[in-house]
Write a protein of this length. Structure first.
Length: 396
């Protein structure tokens, strides 16, 4: 890491803090902390999204689009108010978290064997009704593990058991799947570009399959994890047989496990699975903006051993390192394996909480804590710069 003698240009590139701060809120809170220490700083705000919560709104805001409100089926099978974005170039942004996200499943009702992605398919249909020529589906923060079965059902596919009867919603039913009848699929899909922005580290099946890695976070017991894994194996096999022509291995291709397997389900009907940061960050000119900075500051709700595997701070650090820029990461919490982020290019990291606080206080005062933590961390960075400069002067 090479630290400039003077720090005047800052790139602030955080993600949001779930249920506390949007990416924009987090960026503004960090900037406030920077300006407390360097009042004449040049601060470039680059709020980032990863396809999860806030993606549709962020892309609409950045691209001059608008949010369209709709009613759709939520993860528990009940209607809810949701939205998608429509951009000026005819691209619709469907954020799966807005209709099938984990935050929409109360803690006491979390059963990934029963939750559904039906609302995702309904929003894709609504986007087509609105005249979208391209549909971008953002994956992340899901509360489902049905392989995208609900989405395909909403788009017109029929999922049948050995007796030719329709399956009930939910990933637990996929072990009973015998056939997919695609004859009723919405014909507009064939002439629409469908792109899934996903984490390429997430695959559908195997030891690192999505049910095993993320099922427990969504409320699955050990037994349910195995049931879901078996169902997704069967799902991949039947989809490959009944909807041939995808050109990818639905079991193990990068991104097939995105959002509880939604990536695989949409790939089976022609979607392209693209690394989410290529889709969501490259249009922002992120690399050039990081290269201009003396210090890059990123942040997310939690830093832990999963951060290097496709989380925003690790991606920001990876890109910053191309230009030799130092990276500071701030987090709401530091979890197990947080030290591993250094290998991803993060030079220093810190939690933002000033001491033991309740969860409600931490979330309610997130902006305040983030601003204060930025100030503390930056003062330490500048102290190090001055000590280094003084040692150099004495040696000379």
């Amino acid at each position: 890491m090479s630290v400039p003698v003077a720090l005047t240009r800052f790139a602030v590139a955080p993600s949001g803090f779930k249920e506390s701060l949007s990416a924009r809120d987090a960026a503004e809170a960090i900037a406030a902390g920077v300006l407390r220490v360097v009042p004449d700083a040049e601060v470039d705000l680059i709020p980032l999204v990863d396809g999860g919560e806030g993606t549709a709104e962020a892309l609409a805001s950045a691209g001059g689009g608008r949010l369209l409100r709709r009613r759709a089926t939520g993860p528990l099978g009940r209607p809810l108010d949701t939205h998608f974005a429509l951009l000026p170039d005819g691209t619709a942004v469907v954020e799966m978290a807005a209709v099938a996200g984990l935050r929409l499943v109360p803690a006491g009702a979390r059963d990934p064997g029963a939750t559904t992605t039906e609302g995702v398919g309904e929003l894709i249909r609504a986007a087509l009704d609105a005249g979208a020529r391209r549909v971008l589906v953002g994956c992340g923060d899901s509360g489902t593990s049905d392989g995208g079965a609900g989405a395909l059902r909403a788009l017109g596919a029929r999922l049948l058991d050995r007796d030719g009867l329709p399956l009930r919603p939910g990933g637990a039913e996929l072990v009973r799947l015998a056939r997919v009848d695609a004859s009723g699929l919405d014909p507009r899909l064939a002439r629409t570009e469908l792109v899934v922005a996903c984490n390429p580290h997430n695959v559908l099946c195997g030891e690192r399959g999505v049910a095993r890695v993320f099922g427990p976070q969504k409320g699955a017991t050990a037994g349910q994890v195995e049931l879901l894994s078996s169902g997704l194996e069967n799902w991949a096999e039947v989809l490959t047989r009944d909807l041939p022509g995808t050109g990818i291995d639905l079991r193990a291709a990068p991104g097939t496990g995105a959002s509880g397997g939604l990536g695989a389900g949409l790939a089976a009907v022609g979607a392209r699975l693209r690394p989410r940061f290529e889709v969501l960050m490259d249009p922002l000119g992120l690399d050039l903006r990081l290269a201009r900075a003396d210090l890059v500051v990123t942040a997310e709700g939690a830093l832990d051993g999963q951060t290097p595997f496709g989380k925003i701070p690790a991606e920001v650090a990876r890109r910053a390192k191309r230009h030799g820029r130092p990276v500071l990461a701030l987090a709401g919490t530091l979890g197990e394996g947080a030290h591993e982020v250094r290998a991803a290019g993060i030079d220093a990291y810190s939690g933002i909480l000033p001491g033991p606080v309740t969860l409600g206080e931490a979330m309610g005062r997130g902006a305040e804590y983030l601003t204060d933590a930025t100030e503390r961390a930056l003062r330490m960075v500048l102290l190090g710069v001055r000590v280094h400069a003084g040692a150099g002067a004495r040696a000379a």
